[in-house]
Design a protein. Sequence first.
Length: 100
Amino acid sequence: MKHICPITKTMKFLSKKWTLLILKELKEEKRNFFELMKDLDGISTATLSKRLKEMEKNGIIYSKKIKSAPPKKEYFLTKKGIELVKIFDQLAKWSHKYNR
């Protein structure tokens, strides 16, 4: 069985279109599907749905059903997702420091 480098695996996941922007939106606060659609101008419903499922499957986010009509889900970062966002914050600091 071929071993896949963890960095390569992570980069493949994160490099999918919209993934980082979804993380950025969820960093600020919980969001439901329609709020994410509104905030992510240009994303299709199919792509957003697919990315949310992938992120949930990978333990980056979790969803909670909200009792409403029609039923809704809210999306949150998991502990794993919060740790990932902290890494991006460090990259942003590095970028600001060296890329003026």
